[in-house]
Design a protein around this ligand. Sequence first.
Ligand code: SF4
Length: 260
Amino acid sequence: MQGIIFDIKRFAIHDGPGIRTTIFLKGCPMKCPWCHNPESQKKCPERVANNGKKEIIGEKRSVNEILDEIEKEVVFYDESKGGVTFSGGEPLAQPQFLRELLKGCRKRDIHTTLDTTGYVTPKTFKSIMDKVDMFLYDLKIMDDKKHIQCTGVSNRLVLENLKILSKKGKKVIVRFPVIPGITDTEDNIKAVAIFVSSLKNISEIDLLPYHRTAEGKYHHFKKENKMKKMAVMPPTDEQMDRIQRLFKKYTAPHIEIKRG
Ligand code: SF4
C-alpha cells in the first residue's frame, strides 16, 4: 500500500498534544484562497519551479516506510504524551492509505491525531474514525452558499461527520480560521458557536488567525494568490479580541475559546 505525502515535520508542538511527528498527505477537495499549503491541493506529485529550480512536490511512500519514520521519535512521544498527526491537504482524500497508517500506529500503541476538514462521505469517515484518538476539525463557514463560493464545495458532509463524531463521543478540538472579511462576520461566528455548542463532545475551539507566511509559496510556485488580490491582511490583536469575545458570547460556557 502506497500513498502520496509532501512533507514530514518532526518535533511539532502545535498539531495536538505533546511532541508529535506530522505527516502531510497530498490532495484536498477544497480550494480555500487562504490556504497555507497551496502545494498540498493537487493529489498527484507536481513539478514546480522554485526560484528557477525545478522541484517535485509530493512523493509516493509505502505505509511501512512512513511507519518506520514515525517510530524513530517514539521515545519523545512517550515522554511528552505526544504521537503522530496526519495532516494535509486533507488526509481523508487518501482513505485507504490513511486507514493503513492508523492501523499501524494502533498496533504500535502510538497516539494519533487527524487534522481534517471532515469532507468525505460518512461511510468512509466511519471506516476511519474509530482508529483515530483525537481530531482537529476545521469549521470555516456555516452558510452553505458562502462555503461553496469560498472553498468550492458544500459544508454538508463537514457538518454531518462532525455530528457523527459527537454521537460517538470522540475527542475533538474545533479549529476556526480567522480570515478577515470572510469568516469573521458576527453571523458566521454566531452560527459556528451555536452549532458547536449543540454537540456533546467539544470542549475547545481554537481560533487560527490568517497569516501571510505562505505568500512566498504562491510566488515561487506561480500559483494565483487571491488573498493578495483581495488585499486581505492578517487580523490585528484588536480584531482577534473582538472575535474571541463574540465566540464567548455565543458559545456554551463549558467550551474554552483559545487563540492559536
Ligand atoms: S481545506 Fe485546508 S488544505 Fe484544503 S485548501 Fe482549505 S486550507 Fe488548504
